[in-house]
Design a protein around this ligand. Structure first.
Ligand code: AMP
Length: 114
């Protein structure tokens, strides 16, 4: 068994509401949604935090954003707008140490985020 919760979702060891997948990326609904639409977009390759990102990961991280664009269109929030967030380490609010892009939509977001 992997110690990485999101690797277990990728391998289907634990269930998730998966809404998007390609060779490099998986996306599923957050178990504790903070907006009507709250999707986590993850690389299938494990990178723990943004601090661990290497030059060779640049294209992969770009693919997370391409997936966000596609999912936002599919889920009907692209026109109104949405937010994407990637937390880094405890101080940034990261709790699962496999990088993930939060895609949040379906409500109004303020700034600063608090
Ligand atoms: P972060 O705090 O940025 O690391 O985000 C981790 C996110 O993963 C949180 O929003 C959690 O609600 C979510 N999460 C944790 N476990 C699961 C799970 N089994 N399925 C879906 N989302 C999860």
């Amino acid at each position: 068994m992997s110690e990485d919760l999101f690797l277990k979702i990728i391998s289907r060891e634990i269930p998730a509401d998966i809404i998007y997948e390609n060779n490099d990326v998986l996306a599923f609904r957050d178990i504790n949604p903070q907006a009507p639409l709250h999707v986590l977009i993850i690389p299938k390759l494990r990178v723990r935090t943004i601090n661990d990102m290497q030059t060779q990961h640049a294209e992969l991280f770009g693919k997370l954003f391409l997936a966000a664009r596609e999912i936002a269109l599919e889920q009907g929030v692209a026109e109104d707008g949405y937010r994407v967030v990637m937390n880094c380490n405890e101080g940034g609010g990261q709790t699962v140490f496999h990088v993930h892009l939060h895609l949040l939509g379906g409500r109004q977001f303020g700034w600063p985020p608090g």
